[in-house]
Design a protein around this ligand. Structure first.
Ligand code: F42
Length: 147
């Protein structure tokens, strides 16, 4: 079910450009992080304050049909804002990994489950380990489970 509301593009030009090119091409274009060849997914959510439809791109970390959403934001000192959107309304979320978006439910993981997903995430995108080294905050790992 589409997420209702006015779409408000990311404040980051390169992100909103990637989201729009990915969606316009049904996931056949703009589907990697720049020229790294590492695939990305598009996540759609509701803004926790504005109620607007927000979209971001994240690295594609998939295992047995679930996806890790790693709130690294390049190792910034604070969580990316989307983390607060997803934890505030974990049921109003879609993931696009290819031609069509699908509904997911999001949960935050900790302990051994987080450790297993973190290992998968770093295997896909080693920069995550570098980002964790740059910040005192523990980078949150959320899991998107298709409904
Ligand atoms: N970010 C990651 O954290 N992890 C990744 O693996 C990742 C991969 C990736 C690959 C390709 C690509 O193009 C981008 C990638 N990014 C990755 C960047 C990611 O897409 C996000 O841009 C980034 O994580 C920052 O997310 P953000 O939600 O903090 O975005 C900021 C820049 C933003 O858009 N802020 C808006 C603004 O106007 O300043 C507000 C956005 C918002 O959601 N507002 C809420 C609302 O209600 O509408 C209010 C929230 C509040 O608490 O204030």
């Amino acid at each position: 079910m589409a997420i209702e509301g006015d779409y408000e593009p990311s404040a980051l030009q390169w992100v909103r450009d990637q989201v729009e090119a990915y969606e316009a091409s049904g996931g056949t274009k703009a589907n990697t992080l720049r020229d790294t060849g590492i695939p990305v997914i598009i996540v759609t959510m509701k803004g926790v304050k504005s109620g607007k439809v927000r979209k971001i791109a994240l690295m594609r970390v998939e295992h047995e049909d679930e996806y890790a959403l790693v709130a690294s934001y390049g190792g910034a000192p604070k969580h990316p804002v989307w983390y607060h959107n997803l934890t505030a309304d974990p049921g109003a979320v879609q993931v696009q990994d290819g031609p069509k978006p699908f509904d997911v439910t999001v949960r935050e993981v900790g302990g051994d489950e987080r450790a297993a997903w973190w290992e998968r995430a770093v295997a896909v995108f080693p920069n995550y380990a570098e980002y964790q080294g740059k910040t005192d905050r523990e980078i949150p790992v959320l899991i998107a489970n298709p409904r």
